[in-house]
Design a protein around this ligand. Structure first.
Ligand SMILES: Nc1nc2c(ncn2[C@@H]2O[C@H](COP(=O)(O)OP(=O)(O)OP(=O)(O)O)[C@@H](O)[C@H]2O)c(=O)[nH]1
Length: 431
């Protein structure tokens, strides 16, 4: 695949559940002739045999059925990162149920056809499953979440073919007596469901790292989690979101240790990203489910404040709701003198961008757009200054390990703030 970053998060596939196995047309045992002595002995044996045929609670005969066709289930698997595999294979077919294995005679040895196993298709955690009309069938946000997308066909039933004169008697024993040739269709297993699906991967992370290319997002992720993203001194090293897990805060004691969180390092944003420039808009939608944003700014760059504004502006143009989220700013690369020297000046300037929640009349926050359309909503009237300021600004060097703990403290405080103020952990799924 030439440009995996364009395809890793969306794909169309077709799934087909297995057909049901066939039942059988069976000859009923003959019970017509006047019994001779020999026959009486045989009948005794037969009745023994008959008695071992399966019967319902009311005594009626139970005839074997074809096996159920395999269902198709899609489930969230932590071992999967992307939907790329699905571009190589677009159709998934479950096995058909087994036929009733009969030589045409009713006997106690008859068994139901074997049910086919469920075809389980793993997808990354955070995959939304939609049908071809765009209706969301499931949002597989947690590991192990699953959805049945196509039901296997029912197995066919078996029918007894009996001579006309025996019909009445046999019908009193079972409902599965064939009345005419047209009944034979009942013996065929039902076809399995077939459905076209769209899979969309939404990164599920508590914290989203955003910034221009080369700001140090991947280095930051690698510094505080066990993730091993690609790091290089050229832009757009990160092509797909990397996830890392931040451990709980040990200073909070055992009870609060669960304050762990997932971090997503998103590919770099550039001016015009919301219009598809750079790696495009694909990644902007992955911020949907984050609670806290961490802006990573290269403090040694030519104009860090401008860089920061560019990224905020791109977020605003894509979905102004992103600017309402709690965020902190990491001024990175303070190991370099050009960054260190202007750290406090940069901090002051950046803190000024934002209304502190008081400067302007609160306007109704834009609605979270429907997932079925784009995340983009109408152009807002607000400017960057009208949105809340950062919760904090920290100067760090993620490469040299300078002030990492301060940064972690701020990230955790921001996460706690979300939890304390009972803000929703996730953007609610679309109706
Ligand atoms: N001096 C210094 N260099 C850093 C620091 N953090 C990252 N770098 C370097 O900056 C370059 C880019 O770092 P990455 O972590 O790949 O940046 P990124 O923001 O993930 O870049 P994209 O993948 O393009 O979005 C690498 O050469 C890093 O070694 C830092 O604290 N100090």
């Amino acid at each position: 695949m030439k440009e995996p970053h364009k395809y890793f998060d969306q794909v169309f596939i077709t799934v087909r559940a297995g057909d049901g196995g066939h039942g059988a047309v069976l000859n009923a045992p003959n019970t017509q002739k006047q019994p001779t002595k020999q026959d009486q002995k045989k009948d005794k044996d037969k009745s023994k045999k008959k008695s071992s045929l399966k019967r319902d609670f009311d005594g009626s005969l139970i005839l074997p059925m074809g096996g159920h066709g395999g269902d198709v289930v899609i489930y969230a698997d932590e071992g999967k990162d992307t939907l790329l595999d699905f571009h190589n294979k677009g159709k998934y077919i479950a096995k058909r149920g087994g036929n009733v294995n009969a030589m045409g005679v009713l006997s106690s040895l008859l068994r139901n056809g074997i049910a086919a196993p469920t075809l389980r298709i793993p997808v990354p955690v955070g995959t939304v499953v939609k049908n071809k009309r765009g209706k969301t069938l499931a949002d597989l946000a947690q590991p192990g979440d699953e959805v049945l997308v196509a039901r296997g066909g029912q197995g066919g039933i078996s029918l007894l073919e009996v001579p006309q004169h025996q019909k009445k008697r046999m019908m009193s024993l079972t409902t599965s007596v064939m009345r005419d040739e047209s009944d034979k269709v009942l013996v065929h297993g039902q076809p399995g469901e077939e459905i076209k699906l769209e899979l969309i991967l939404r990164v599920v992370a508590d914290v989203g790292l955003v910034g221009l290319p080369n700001a140090g997002k991947s280095t930051l992720l690698a510094a505080i989690t066990l993730a091993k993203p690609d790091i290089a001194d050229y832009p757009f090293t990160t092509l797909m979101p990397n996830l890392g897990r931040l451990g709980g805060d040990p200073t909070l004691g055992a009870g609060m240790y669960s304050s762990e969180a997932t971090l997503a390092d998103l590919p770099g944003l550039i001016e015009g990203a919301h219009l598809g420039k750079g790696l495009g808009r694909n990644f902007l939608r992955h911020l949907r489910r984050t609670r806290v944003l961490v802006h990573v700014v290269d403090a040694a760059a030519e104009n860090p404040v401008n860089d920061y504004r560019t990224v905020r502006e791109e977020l605003r143009m894509y979905n102004p709701e992103y600017l309402e989220r709690p965020y902190i700013i990491v001024l990175n690369k303070i190991d370099l003198p050009e960054a260190k020297d202007r750290l406090s000046l940069l901090t002051q300037e950046i803190m000024r961008i934002g209304n502190n929640g008081t400067a302007s009349e609160p306007k109704p926050s834009p609605e979270v757009p429907d997932e079925s359309s784009s995340d983009e909503v109408d152009m807002p009237e607000k400017t960057l200054e009208d949105y809340p300021p950062p919760l904090s600004v920290v100067g760090v060097s993620v490469l040299k390990g300078i002030k990492i703990n301060e940064m972690l403290k701020e990230i955790r405080a921001a996460l706690r703030k979300c939890t304390d103020s009972n803000e929703p952990l996730r953007v609610p799924p679309p109706p």
